[in-house]
Design a protein around this ligand. Sequence first.
Ligand code: FES
Length: 121
Amino acid sequence: MKKLSSLFLTSKKTLKKDRYIIKYFEEIKDEIICFIDDDENIKVFSSICSHFGGEIFYDKKQNILRCKWHDWKFCKNTGKCLSYPITLGLNPYEFEVKPNELKKYDIKSEDEKIYIIYERE
Ligand code: FES
């Protein structure tokens, strides 16, 4: 039976400073990109390009994901390829921010941590 687990990705403070981070996780054998888009939403995808495995980065000016190798473009909301009509896109990941109590207590924590959620055996 599969269980849900979480892995620490980054803090919101770091993400706001750097705009995006890329991190490899042995547990899921995938490299992850986490970024804050123009609408201030946190997004998490695999950062391995579906074309040939190049590294994906967040292009803040164009508000899209792009590959460093051959410049394919990907949708920042769905991970779908925008350059060619292929079915393979970037894998999206579930994530959570802890503590996520901004509305409840009306406070802002500078140390909120972002975790990706994945299934394990
Ligand atoms: S490896 Fe990403 S566009 Fe070619």
